[in-house]
Design a protein around this ligand. Structure first.
Ligand code: RUQ
Ligand code: CUA
Length: 671
């Protein structure tokens, strides 16, 4: 695989190095002025740094105590979580527990509110505690990130999650009632009314069974539109609906915006409807699925579909509203357009006018015009596919094709009319120009330059690059392979996020940082201006004197939570309820004396109001581990099956007397 990336522009790197030769001179001049000692030059020489290295260091170094200008919200891949990275420093700031238990945050280790959210993701009674997260979607207002929420999907189990950016905690997990896996999610519509979850590998819907031989008749694809209610910060499942689709493998989706607001675009592959089974003499999947030259871009009239769904034009599957394929065809909700070989990405340009699709096995990227699509629909310029869905005429809706290189996948944009496409096989990022009203510095629809990346890039992301107003500035290349980029840490290698400086026009677009990624294979990420996030420093303490005991599940103070002075233990038969407080450096009560066989409901409030004064609560032997952020209350339940003496203690080094912040749970044996 190492041989699959090209080093075609190695000579170019030399040219770039020569171009920045002045940087060293400037740096040395700056360092020597006044003092007379060339400190910078010594370090540069001792470390063998090139001019490009020095420039990259200056662009990314973030002095102690200063903050990053942007935040990258990255999928945690098959780690099932969400990670936040500062840009340009590429410092990992936080990994948020989403579908997977996360001990640092006490996510899924007894704390009932976290257990309840995780349990929402159970699949037909099976506890599923991992996920293959792919695509985070920041909430938008008028097509721009608003910093309030982020959503993410689980490809493996067709689930989506809602994370509130006031406290960076997962509030809700939804299992798709009709699909077992997904991929084209999550993406949001410009005002976050809808969270999109497109399918992937077709199956009979709603967990039904049918033989694989019945694929064309019984298997189906789908796209689900989850209705998001911003006020409650929750998806409303009973106002959501899905659309039944032919059993093509729907892939990535994107929402229309501005000119194309109200429409949704999903690419697909396996319009061959290959079912594999090489052991029975069939074509293997990888051959069968890519046999045809074209698959279909799905064009969906979401606005009209939502009106019909609200008016009850759906049927129920597994208790969920589903619009049948028949209804979608009858009502003109669904159109196809051919897209070149093995399509993967679909990305809407900032003005909502062009849809960019790339076929992994076609060196071109293909650009469709939304206006021409509307004309073709009005003119009924179509043929029908086997299920009766109109296939719009390719040439009638095509705006441009630009030859970029091998294995084009995903595209993002900047504020100067450039588009950036990842080239998986070339291991490169291509910069090219949009036509139309974008006024790019070079001729429209031309390849401007390519920067090699290491190696096998999947997605790429530019700052706010999928919104109506991209910032440009930075691009992160999400590389699947790292090979030689980091010290050998054994056969499982980290992946490699590479930061590219895209602030200059034209051919200069250097890699300026490599960041090893150790939490799974992230697929997608989004970069938001850091000052759009307005997260809480501590949990709110409303009123005067203020009331502590905030419950992140309800986002309100729990009036029954423990507070200073009302700590107690109440017993009713074998049922015991405990109200405990935590404050530096003391749990109250310190002795909890119970009996084997007791069932305990245990509440703890961290009654601190200071920034960063978090306490942990660990109860050994019973798998209980909480994180109590300032002002927060938490509850866990435990069945005292084993007797003994169990020291509980605080896991956060909160004060000089942190080691003393403990207590004894004494469980007296019975019988
Ligand atoms: S996808 S690169 Cu979900 Cu493109 Cu993976
Ligand atoms: Cu509280 Cu350590």
């Amino acid at each position: 695989m190492q041989g699959t990336h090209t080093r075609w522009s190695g000579w170019k790197a030399w040219l770039n190095a020569i171009a920045v030769i002045g940087v060293i001179a400037l740096l040395v001049a700056a360092c020597t002025s006044g003092s007379g000692s060339a400190v910078g030059a010594d370090i540069i020489e001792a470390r063998g740094l090139t001019d490009a290295d020095v420039e990259a260091a200056l662009k990314t170094f973030t002095p102690s105590g200063t903050h990053d200008e942007y935040l990258l919200f990255s999928s945690g891949g098959h780690g099932g979580q969400l990670s936040i990275v500062g840009v340009p420093s590429m410092r990992l700031l936080k990994t948020v527990g989403v579908f997977t238990p996360e001990p640092w945050q006490g996510w899924g280790f007894g704390d009932l509110k976290t257990e309840e959210v995780l349990a929402e993701g159970d699949v037909n009674g099976i506890e599923v505690r991992w996920a293959d997260t792919h695509h985070p979607a920041l909430s938008e207002t008028d097509g721009d990130y608003d910093g309030e929420f982020v959503f993410i999907n689980d490809k493996a189990n067709a689930r989506i999650a809602v994370i509130d950016l006031r406290d960076f905690e997962t509030k809700q997990i939804l299992k798709n009632p009709i699909a077992i896996n997904d991929h084209g999610g999550t993406m949001v519509t410009p005002d976050t009314e809808w969270v999109i979850e497109g399918g992937q590998y077709a199956t009979p819907l709603a967990g039904e069974w049918a033989p694989i031989e019945d694929y064309e008749a019984s298997f189906r694809g789908m796209v689900t539109f989850w209705k998001f209610d911003r006020a409650s910060g929750r998806v409303l499942a009973d106002e959501s609906f899905a659309m039944e689709l032919p059993p093509y493998w729907q892939d990535i989706c994107d929402a229309g915006k501005l000119a194309s607001d109200g429409w949704v675009f999903c690419n697909s592959f396996n319009t061959e409807m290959a079912t594999g089974g090489v052991e029975d003499g069939n074509l293997p999947f990888e051959g069968g699925v890519s046999a045809r030259d074209n698959d279909y871009l799905h064009i969906i009239n979401l606005e009209k579909a939502a009106q019909l769904a609200a008016a009850g034009r759906t049927t129920e599957m597994n208790g969920f509203a589903v619009m049948t394929l028949e209804t979608s065809i009858e009502e003109g909700l669904l159109y196809f357009v051919p897209e070149p070989k093995s399509p993967h990405g679909v990305d809407m340009a900032p003005k909502g006018d062009f849809i960019v699709v790339s076929g992994k096995l076609d060196p071109h990227t293909t650009v469709y015009s939304f206006e021409k699509i509307q004309e073709a629909i009005a003119d009924e310029n179509w043929t029908l596919d086997g299920y009766g869905v109109p296939i719009l005429d390719f040439d009638a809706v095509l705006e441009a094709q630009v030859e970029l290189g091998l294995g084009p996948l995903h595209t993002q944009f900047d504020d100067r009319g450039y588009a950036y496409t990842s080239l998986f096989l070339d291991s490169a990022v291509a910069r090219w120009t949009l036509g139309g009203d974008y006024d790019a510095p070079e001729d429209p629809w031309t390849l401007v330059t390519k920067t090699p990346v290491q190696y096998n890039i999947g997605h790429l992301v530019t700052a706010e690059g999928d919104t109506v107003s991209p910032d440009g500035r930075y691009l992160v290349s999400l590389n699947k392979w790292a090979i030689d980029r980091f010290a050998n840490v054994g056969p499982l290698l980290p992946q490699n996020f590479q930061l590219l400086d895209i602030s200059e026009e034209g051919e200069t677009m250097p890699v300026i940082y490599d960041m090893p990624v150790t939490f799974g294979e992230p697929h997608y990420a989004q970069i938001i201006k850091a000052d759009k996030i307005d997260a809480w420093e501590t949990y709110p303490c409303p009123g005067n004197p203020c009331e502590l005991g905030f419950d992140p599940a309800t986002m309100a103070v729990d009036p029954d939570s423990p507070v200073l002075g009302n700590e107690r233990i109440e017993r009713n038969g074998n049922e015991v309820e405990i109200w405990m407080t935590a404050i530096r450096s003391h749990f109250t009560p310190e002795h909890v004396e119970l009996r084997q066989g007791d069932h305990v409901t245990w509440h703890i409030t961290n009654v601190e109001t200071s920034y960063d004064a978090t306490h942990g609560f660990a109860l050994p032997g019973y798998n209980i581990n909480l994180s109590l952020e300032p002002g927060e209350t938490a509850t866990f339940e435990v069945e005292l099956v084993n007797a003994g003496v169990y020291p509980y203690y605080c896991t956060e080094f909160c004060s000089a007397l942190h080691l003393e912040m403990m207590g004894y749970l004494s469980i007296e044996p019975t019988g």
